[in-house]
Design a protein around this ligand. Structure first.
Ligand SMILES: Cc1ncc(COP(=O)(O)O)c(C=O)c1O
Length: 358
């Protein structure tokens, strides 16, 4: 059982089929093909909005390029202190922003609260020595597995509008959030003020396909040049578009996300029935963050289960992990089977029973 992340599995079958189909024959290179044009139109339909779309191969590239279009070299981009953009991308956003900085703020469950953002903005000196804030970036799903509601996004969007900040969403797990909320892509993005989105598809079934979706045309102006300089104008671009075609056809992306989220709920329900197990944050998408007795963690590890331990920095106030406990992260994917969930729960139960017997 490997629940380390949702990118430990390959691509899903419809995506691979679409890829194989697009493989035959010759088409213009560098994304100047019909398949790519069709996918761009598809994004506009899905989001019910005119959009500029740039296909890239990694989420880091999508985030770094998106933020570089929103923040000048002297600017500041606010994000959560645990955000992927600040913590897990080796400084790529700052590199591509050419000197601009990310500022991480605290918040329960990886979420930024509008009041916290506003009071941080109020605290900044209005002097030339201070880098001016230019953008706000949120992760949907957050790094703690929870989901911003459209109203929460709207409240942050209002702060952005008031303060003249561009609003970016890192949607590495966009589909998982979307099906969890049961809203439309428009309701989760531009209707709440999102200017630019990193649309993730790799984790939810693609081989390597992500998109920068730009709602605010001003941010699209130089994106082709930025992407080229980042090595993200893909020569056989049609094979990126093909993955997204397989992903979107028959709402395959939504079915994949629903499955992953369901597996997460099942796992969370099973684990929380064990003595001494509780959830650090509610399971709202495809990630489960249980606090487990150390002995159970040890038994799981010894049996070969794979997952990550997690940081406690975004726990709710007053919530503490004792020395006998471990906070872990389990990520479920479109490919997770009921059997894997059952086997993991069996192991956890056995570990828990052994602990009780000692
Ligand atoms: C929140 C978030 N953003 C972005 C990414 C994309 O990163 P990568 O460059 O590995 O595709 C990830 C992947 O782990 C992620 O969890």
């Amino acid at each position: 059982m490997n629940f380390a992340s949702d990118n430990i599995v390959g691509a899903s079958a419809p995506v691979m089929q679409a890829l194989v189909q697009a493989n035959a024959g010759a088409m213009p290179a560098y994304g100047n093909d019909e398949l790519t044009a069709g996918i761009k139109r598809r994004f506009a339909e899905i989001f019910d909005h005119e959009v500029a779309v740039f296909l890239v191969t990694t989420g880091t590239a999508a985030n770094a390029l998106a933020l570089s279009s929103a923040v000048p070299p002297w600017g500041l981009c606010i994000c959560h202190e645990e955000a992927h953009v600040i913590d897990d991308e080796c400084g790529a956003p700052e590199f591509f922003m050419h000197g601009a900085k990310l500022k991480g703020l605290p918040g329960v469950g990886g979420k930024l609260a509008p009041a916290a953002v506003s009071s941080y903005l109020d605290s900044l000196p209005k002097a030339v020595k201070q880098m001016p804030p230019k953008a706000l970036s949120i992760s949907q799903v957050t790094e703690c597995g929870i989901v911003y509601s459209p109203a929460e996004i709207a409240a942050l969007g209002a702060v952005c509008r008031e303060r003249g900040l561009f609003f970016h969403m890192d949607g590495a797990r966009f589909a998982n959030a979307l099906v969890s909320l049961g809203c439309t892509p428009a309701e989760m993005t531009w209707k709440q003020g999102i200017d630019i989105l990193s649309f993730g598809a790799t984790k939810n079934g693609c081989l390597m396909a992500e998109a920068i979706v730009v709602f605010n045309r001003d941010l699209a102006e130089a994106m082709d040049y930025r992407a080229k300089r980042a090595g993200q104008i893909i020569s056989k671009g049609r094979l990126i578009a093909a993955q997204l075609q397989g992903y979107f056809d028959d709402d395959h992306w939504l079915a994949n996300a629903r499955h992953a989220n369901l597996m997460a709920r099942r796992l969370a329900e099973g684990l929380t029935q064990l003595p001494g197990v509780r959830l650090a944050w509610p399971t709202e998408a495809n990630e489960v963050f249980p606090v487990v007795p150390k002995r159970v963690h040890k038994a799981l590890q010894e049996a070969g289960a794979r997952y990550l331990t997690w940081t406690e920095i975004s726990l709710p106030q007053g919530e503490q992990i004792s020395a006998d406990e471990e906070l872990i992260r389990l990520v479920l994917s479109f490919a997770t089977t009921e059997n894997e969930i059952a086997s993991f729960l069996d192991l956890a139960r056995a570990g828990s029973a052994r602990q009780a017997a000692e």
